[in-house]
Ligand binder design. Structure first.
Ligand code: ADP
Length: 159
């Protein structure tokens, strides 16, 4: 497959699970736009700007990855960006129900946009942004689970 894929999410913060999906996505797509959803009902722990910078710094070496924030409907944003697909990661069966519903809804909203799922590497299945925040808040060491550049943002946020 070729073309641009959008990888949407909260990335609050980006983890090595996300990095793995992006790196594997680049074997299939020419370019990946990591799209940070900024107007969801979720209250983020990290600011929109920090979430953007953490991803940009994690992929500073790779021009095939760009990072943007977006508001509104993903299908509209994907159309503007001329993306052929939405990329999502699946960690476990528990991710499936929600992902399946969202893919079905997005297909109704824009039949031209495909959703492509990549399964998590077995060593990354347990990594989630939620757990990273919980462990960080209790001063646990998360250096094995996030890109190195993220650690300074975590130190600042949970100082
Ligand atoms: P959202 O808030 O939309 O679920 P996330 O930032 O939590 O966004 O995740 C974005 C995407 O990355 C989702 O498709 C999610 O399933 C996937 N993902 C998150 N963590 C991992 C992981 N450890 N391995 C593989 N995919 C993951």
């Amino acid at each position: 497959m070729q073309g641009v894929a959008i990888y949407p999410g909260s990335f609050d913060p980006i983890t090595l699970g996300h990095v793995d999906i992006i790196e594997r996505g680049l074997k299939v797509f020419d370019h990946i736009i990591v799209a940070i959803a900024v107007n969801t009902s979720k209250v983020a722990a990290f600011s929109d700007v920090d979430r953007l910078h953490m991803i940009e710094e994690s992929f500073a070496h790779d021009r095939r990855v760009s990072v943007v924030s977006f508001q509104g409907l993903l299908v509209d944003f994907a159309r503007q960006q001329e993306a052929v697909a939405v990329l999502r990661g699946l960690r476990a069966a528990s991710d499936f129900e929600y992902e399946f519903q969202m893919a079905a809804m997005n297909r109704r909203l824009n039949p031209d946009l495909e959703t492509v799922f990549m399964t998590s590497r077995s060593t990354h299945t347990f990594i989630s942004s939620t757990l990273i925040r919980e462990v960080s808040a209790m001063r646990g060491d998360v250096s094995e689970f996030v890109p190195e550049v993220v650690l300074k943002y975590i130190a600042k946020r949970y100082a």
